[in-house]
Design a protein around this ligand. Sequence first.
Ligand code: ZN
Length: 332
Amino acid sequence: MTSRTAAAARLLTATRLDRLARLSWRGLLVLNYHRIGRPGPADDPDLFSCTAEEFARHVELLAERFEIVPAGSDDWQVGGPARRVAITVDDGYRDQTQAAEILAARGLAGSFFITTGFVDRPRHAWWDEIAWLAGGDPVDLPPSRWIPRGLPASVGSTRYRRRLTTAYKNLAGDDGEQFLDDLACCTGRPRLGREQAADRWMTWDMVRELDRLGMEVGAHSVTHPVLATLSAARQHEEIAGSVRRMREELDGPVDLFSYPVGARTSFDETTRAELAELGVRRAFSFYGGVNGRGHDDPLDIARAGVFRDHTPEVVAAMAAVPGVLCAPSRHA
Ligand SMILES: [Zn+2]
């Protein structure tokens, strides 16, 4: 979808139709970023949205064209400008503090969602460890409970890694450690230790600094599982546990949440009931889409992802016609 998005973006800009196109929608477009920078060998490259320089350019182009509001602001459905854009950043990686500084320098507020377990006990996230374990010399994986038909190295390194990530999302559930142990065993690469993850995540002081810079800060679970694959008791631990830790550390109200992974199937009625019980006011998904002014489901606010191959001009075009370029059917 991305090359089509880029082609549409070029066409919009070349024909100067983007200004007109912007009038085609009303509501709130929530963009979602992940990592800021460039990936190393123990990083899932698919999680990188842009470099800090590119992020600054995204913000510049968006701010020229739209009102940028915090994703938790509660007045976007009435009055004021018809089109608003919010910038959200998920997971709590340390490199994301650069995004907060860039937004704050312009007097803008973004929204940052923190995986509290990674702050409390830093370790590599499962997707990063999969990238590491799958990143050595190519190895054919035999059929297993995780990959019933096996996985030949001949599919190529990107597809190989993505198939493993998909298998983890679909099947690992509470057995994520076993999945990673089995993968390490097959590929012959060592599991990553906690000592190698010390600098990956923000500290609580850094999270408080986001708050001080005027950013919104919300919860994103304790360990970043796919919530809907868990038992109700485990969902409670992940959701209530993360919200409670945020409230303790920030000493204030924390009432925003973003769903780990964020597909339609990543959260369910149990997830929603848990959030409602905790007084979470708004929760964010991640399968594309734009929120019209009549949007009436505060526990499923749509977000569209920004990925590495989205140039600043593509991001501006996505915001000009989100009904097309951020539609769920076209979303990565
Ligand atoms: Zn996440």
